[in-house]
Write a protein that binds this ligand. Structure first.
Ligand SMILES: [Fe+2]
Length: 271
């Protein structure tokens, strides 16, 4: 299995993506030994938690999105085995996925030997999904940068406003708004440039990011909506369902939850 390359094109066949399952920042470790440097990340329990999450999602959503940091230590020699475990798990539920790498994952060109590579732009009925898996993400002190080429592509896409387009989703790992960089780089170095392009677009844009583990509810700023999921690797292990059916996207958060002794509760609860 480890020597195989997954088919690279995402074959998304949906009549309408009314409900989207979303989670982010798993920081998974199984073959990679040890625990995360941040003790609140329960990396070694993530197989169980993700299993419970996708069992619930597969009955209720048409598409699954994950905004990166699937694993915790991209430099360990066993990390590809862990990524294959996650990719096989997500494949097993037969729901289309949009999975992008974060700064804790391996480089995109190798990452997409394992996960199905999404197209840059995917239109599904009245929703369009634009992915920024190519953004430069490096663990350490430097924030990510969206390249000039990627900015131009983004501008070209967002300048157009196809008829019947209800929602345009921008999917990336780092934050575009608000800018949080105290003590750790959470936002793009060129976040203001990215926002400028989004704010000039005639479209209704909904930006989804991970990376900032606290997460935040949807914030509207200069006509653009920004949402950041809380990290799934931290108690109470959240995931989300986004409903795109109405003009306004609604988001329901669910927490897998845990007992004080660290065992996992088997019932979801909304919040
Ligand atoms: Fe993370």
């Amino acid at each position: 299995m480890l020597e195989l390359m997954r088919v690279s094109e995402a074959k998304i066949q949906l009549s309408k993506p009314q409900k989207i399952g979303y989670f982010t920042d798993l920081h998974f470790r199984q073959n990679v030994p040890g625990t995360s440097a941040c003790p609140e990340r329960v990396s070694r329990k993530m197989a169980n938690i993700l299993n419970q999450c996708i069992k619930r999602l597969k009955k209720n959503v048409d598409l699954i999105i994950c905004t990166g940091d699937l694993v915790d230590d991209p430099d360990h020699p066993e990390v590809k085995k862990d990524l294959w475990i996650l990719a096989d798990l997500l494949d097993s539920i037969h729901i289309p996925t949009i999975i992008i790498p974060g700064n804790h994952d391996i480089a995109p060109d190798i990452f997409y030997h394992i996960f199905r590579k999404p197209n840059k732009v995917m239109q599904i009925e009245d929703c369009e999904f634009i992915t920024f898996f190519e953004d430069i993400c490096k663990e350490g002190k430097e924030a990510s940068v969206r390249t000039d080429l990627s900015l131009r592509t983004m501008q070209d896409i967002l300048n157009e406003n196809p008829s019947k387009m209800k929602h345009t989703f921008l999917i990336q790992h780092y934050l575009i708004y608000p800018e949080y960089n105290k003590g750790y780089p959470y936002s793009y170095q060129n976040a203001s440039l990215i926002r400028g392009i989004m704010e000039k677009s005639p479209r209704k844009i909904f930006s989804i990011s991970g990376h900032y583990h606290h997460g935040f509810s949807t914030i509207q700023h200069n006509g653009v909506n920004y949402f950041c999921g809380s990290a799934m690797c931290e108690n109470p292990f959240p995931y989300y369902i986004l409903d795109t059916n109405a003009d306004k996207i609604t988001i329901q958060r669910y927490d897998i939850g845990s007992c004080s002794d660290g065992s996992i509760i088997d019932t979801a609860r909304g919040s």
